[in-house]
Design a binder for this molecule. Structure first.
Ligand code: G6P
Length: 368
């Protein structure tokens, strides 16, 4: 089929802007919006109460979605989760005793290492499920259970809308699992479903910050290195933000759990180092705030992605702020992904790199 860029300059930009719609589509396959209950796609139901321990695996951006999925599944459904990148999982010879369920995340459904890991898990007798975007892919065919993301065709090599749809699916699945496992009450389910139904509106609101982020990107484009920090639900996002920037702008970027700052990356901080901190005013905000003070004391330049309450806390005096609306925690990874995508996008555009086809990268890695 033929997909065009419409009025957008790049496929990546178009795909960033499609997110409110495709997140909404993806949500509709996991929720019955009319009554606020979770609902797994027909024929793809699982009895989550029977799962003893789960392993998650994927590659690239899908891996960061899976890492967030682990936070969701542990928090909302109390499912013990192991996680590994697929290229390690398949060779690690990990004893899988006690693990009865394997969940794979893939946009293309063709990534060689993810497919090999799926086959390994099946051979070990685990039930396999895949959160996958291409429904006619090998992974979709071979997994016992398929939970589709409805992101539509993603052309830009750097994944954007597939990522937020993967997060959406994983959040919804964790709510469904939490209800079945008796961790969440009917009221909790309604509250979380209502929160998730706000994702299209909130992602749309973030797109309005585009020109502010573009201005910050002009400065980023003059840098050689960047650090991304986040805690808790926003730690995987720090990794994804750094990946996005390095993939398309070729600026060396590293993502770290904010608490690890002291264990190495703080040595890199000086007044030439931009530090992107993803810190909404959540239960770990104060901890991340002290990391920011450590960065500021060493002259590091902070770009703080936060919410109204985080901005009002005045934690760092001269940080550049990207202020998002206040929102429930379950939504944060989904919505906070967008400013990071826009920052990478505008930085790359400003530098004149090939945004949709970055050097040396492939959309789907079908060789090992
Ligand atoms: C490649 C792509 C990434 C993607 C990764 C995993 O590296 O460039 O955007 O995240 O493969 O691909 P998958 O299709 O399995 O999600």
């Amino acid at each position: 089929f033929y997909v065009d860029k419409g009025n957008f300059r790049h496929f990546m930009q178009k795909e960033i802007y499609e997110q409110p719609d495709v997140i909404s589509h993806t949500l509709s396959s996991f929720f019955d919006m009319a009554n606020g209950r979770t609902r797994l796609p027909r024929g793809q139901e699982v009895d989550f109460s029977k799962i003893n321990r789960m392993v998650l695996s994927a590659c690239g951006t899908g891996y960061y979605a899976a890492l967030t999925g682990r936070y969701y599944l542990e928090r909302y459904a109390r499912i013990p989760c192991d996680i590994d990148v697929a290229s390690e999982f398949r060779y690690r010879e990990s004893p899988l005793s006690g693990v009865d369920f394997a969940l794979f995340v893939s946009q293309s459904g063709e990534t060689a290492d993810t497919l090999a890991s799926l086959r390994h898990a099946k051979a070990e007798g685990l039930t396999t499920a895949a959160v996958v975007n291409v429904d006619e892919s090998t992974i979709a065919r071979e997994a016992d259970i398929v939970w589709p993301t409805l992101a539509g065709p993603e052309i830009g090599v750097a994944s954007t809308k597939a990522f937020t749809c993967q997060l959406t699916a994983l959040a919804a699945l964790s709510v469904a699992a939490g209800v079945q496992r008796g961790v969440l009450s009917r009221d909790d389910e309604l509250t979380l479903a209502k929160a998730l139904s706000e994702a299209p509106r909130l992602t749309n609101a973030v797109l309005k910050l585009d020109s502010l982020i573009e201005r910050l990107a002009h400065d980023m484009a003059t840098k050689r290195h960047a650090l991304f920090l986040g805690r808790g639900f926003n730690y995987p996002l720090a990794l994804e933000g750094a990946l996005k920037l390095k993939e398309i702008s070729y600026i060396h970027a590293e993502g770290y759990a904010a608490g690890e700052l002291k264990h190495g990356p703080i040595a890199l901080i000086d007044d030439t180092m931009p530090v992107v901190v993803i810190a909404p005013y959540d239960r770990v905000f104060e901890k991340t705030a002290s990391n920011m003070q450590e960065v500021a004391a060493r002259g590091g330049r902070i770009i703080l992605v936060t919410d109204e309450r985080g901005a009002a806390s005045g934690v760092v005096k001269d940080a550049e702020l990207i202020v998002l609306p206040d929102m429930p925690e379950i939504l944060m990874p989904i919505v906070y992904a967008l400013p990071l995508q826009l920052l990478a996008y505008h930085t790359a555009v400003h530098m004149g790199t090939d945004v949709d086809q970055p050097r040396n990268l492939a959309k789907s890695v079908t060789v090992e």
